[in-house]
Design a protein around this ligand. Structure first.
Ligand SMILES: NC(=O)c1ccc[n+]([C@@H]2O[C@H](COP(=O)([O-])OP(=O)(O)OC[C@H]3O[C@@H](n4cnc5c(N)ncnc54)[C@H](O)[C@@H]3O)[C@@H](O)[C@H]2O)c1
Length: 210
């Protein structure tokens, strides 16, 4: 069993939220904080924050709290968010183009260095500084461009094929924006982004809790 295998997925997701809260504090020149603001941001209690952080080490200072800079750097280390991740985007349609143009990826070290599509009219076109390659060339381009992550923005019925091509090329982490559930081998990690999940949570809460 690997050192970090027992860490719950929810903990990892909360760490990403803690990181955002701490980044805002840093911008606002706040030097010291406690678990409470981090807990509030994630709708958990302060002891959950301490438990989440304890998986990775001891970051608080007794009688002081947490130094914002130090905790932010420590969380970035935990999430490996302090280095560049070279990324391929598959499916240069409406959403794909919006993501290619989203500056926040670069700022966070997620560098989209390859854009791929299967439409012959799009292949060879330049979108936001990237030449669009045929997705059949992933096998060749992934090692050449040092790509480690993939983003899928194809129609759902094409997403498994796109994932298979990424996996065959050696990619081990995939962010899937299509609604398709993707089958991957154990060594490949997949995350799903779907704003309908959040919308249905809103419709449920509005309808049942008011
Ligand atoms: N997660 C979300 O919240 C969210 C929001 C909007 C859209 N979506 C999903 O994102 C996906 C893209 O939406 P869109 O509006 O950009 O669609 P789109 O039709 O504009 O773009 C899809 C692109 O994928 C390309 N493509 C198709 N098959 C491919 C393959 N096998 N390899 C490479 N490229 C391929 C097409 O040529 C096209 O350029 C859809 O699955 C849509 O449902 C998700």
């Amino acid at each position: 069993m690997q050192k970090y295998d027992h860490i719950p997925r929810a903990t990892i997701q909360r760490l990403a939220t803690y990181m955002q809260v701490l980044e805002t504090m840093k911008k606002d020149n706040i030097k010291i904080t406690s678990s409470e603001p981090l807990a509030t941001a994630c709708d958990v209690n302060a002891s959950q924050v301490r438990k989440d952080l304890a998986y990775f080490g001891e970051f608080g200072v007794r009688g002081v709290g947490y130094y914002v800079d130090y905790l932010l750097d420590a969380i970035k280390d935990c999430l490996h968010a302090n280095r560049e991740w070279r990324t391929a985007l598959i499916g240069v349609g409406n959403l794909g183009r919006a993501l290619l143009n989203h500056q926040e990826f670069n700022r966070r070290g997620i560098r989209i260095v390859g854009a791929f599509d299967c439409d012959p009219f799009k292949i060879g076109e330049v979108a936001y500084g990237l030449e669009i390659f045929c997705s059949k060339r992933l096998q060749e381009k992934v090692p050449e461009l040092g790509i480690e992550l993939g983003i899928i923005t194809t129609p759902p019925e094409r997403a498994q094929r796109a994932a298979d091509q990424l996996i065959e090329a050696g990619v081990k982490g995939i962010l899937n924006f299509s609604s398709a559930r993707i089958v991957t081998p154990n060594h490949v990690y997949i995350e799903y982004v779907d704003f309908f999940h959040q919308i249905y949570s809103l419709t449920f809460n509005i309808s049942t809790k008011n």
